[in-house]
Ligand binder design. Structure first.
Ligand code: OAD
Length: 263
């Protein structure tokens, strides 16, 4: 963690970059939702630390037999019960709310989130790409259209797309599954458009998500990292804020509102 004055200086520098940028984009990871009570994936209390990383054959199994895949997902729901409960009970924290404020202030153009918890939407952000999907949606594997999970009937498996009759699957992206085309396209578009990149609460080890800030950086776009721990992106970042997202993002908003960042 920074000493207080060092942290203040980093917040000030981040606010200055944000005041200057005309198209800032953020890549968000599980660290942002940690303060809403949702466990991260890696590190001491991480989901994968406890359960082990999922195997890469889920996508293959779905393609081989979508009905059996759904049945297994229903039968083994208990494995992720604590994680799912944490998501269902979570509320947006000051970090999510600050990101929505930054968007409303015209300082943050787009959020690329790896989180599946819907908390950006609930906080009021509008321009969001969910690169790993959304826990409350299903997606058609043929035409890509999405529907609410709760509106899908599971009495006949697999559920079929009302638009095209294709197989539906949870929108959340499994290990080994290709990123949905529409989401991936938007991520690359935002990466090409941005003139500032915020990296918030991600270990930056999962691809392609971790690639976007690197691509932007290669074009000379400054990176701001908000993470209490070092990541592979730390060395590339112009500004590193070694503090929680729930503390630092609202502080950036306050600084921008106070206008001190223009000095
Ligand atoms: P990780 O669990 O890999 O990393 C979480 C990061 O958040 C770590 O770098 C922590 O230091 C940081 N962190 C923890 N608390 C924080 C806080 N309060 N404020 C800011 N940062 C904090 O989670 P992701 O990087 O999101 O994908 O993981 C990426 C992907 O790996 C996930 O989307 C998921 C997983 O496998 C899929 O399942 C496809």
């Amino acid at each position: 963690m920074h000493q207080r004055d060092e942290l203040d200086r980093a917040i000030e520098a981040a606010a200055r970059e944000m005041a200057r940028a005309s198209h800032a984009v953020a890549l968000v990871g599980a660290g942002l939702s940690a303060e809403s009570g949702i466990p991260t994936f890696r590190g001491g209390e991480g989901l994968w630390t406890k359960l082990g990383e999922p195997t890469f054959d889920g996508w293959e199994l779905f393609n081989e037999d979508p009905a059996a895949w759904w049945q297994r997902a229903i039968d083994f729901k208990e494995e992720f019960a604590d994680f799912n409960r944490a998501i269902d009970e979570a509320r947006p924290n000051p970090g999510h709310l600050a990101m929505a404020d930054l968007e409303a202030m015209g300082r943050l153009a787009h959020v690329i989130t790896q989180n599946i918890d819907n908390l950006h939407q609930r906080a009021g952000s509008r321009h969001i790409t969910e690169i790993h999907g959304n826990r409350y949606l299903v997606r058609c594997m043929s035409c890509g259209s999405r529907d609410r999970l709760e509106s899908v009937r599971l009495d006949r498996l697999p559920p079929l797309c009302p638009e095209c009759g294709g197989f539906m699957k949870n929108d959340t992206v499994m290990f080994g599954e290709p990123i949905p085309e529409d989401a991936l396209r938007e991520c690359y578009r935002q990466t090409a458009l941005c003139d500032l990149f915020l990296v918030v609460g991600t270990s930056a080890v999962v691809y392609p998500a971790a690639e976007f800030p690197v691509m932007a950086c290669r074009r000379g776009v400054p990176l701001i990292e908000i993470n209490p721990e070092e990541t592979p992106l730390s060395g590339l970042a112009e500004v590193v804020i070694r503090a929680s997202a729930g503390e630092s993002l609202p502080a950036i908003v306050e600084r921008l509102k106070a206008g001190t960042s223009r000095s």
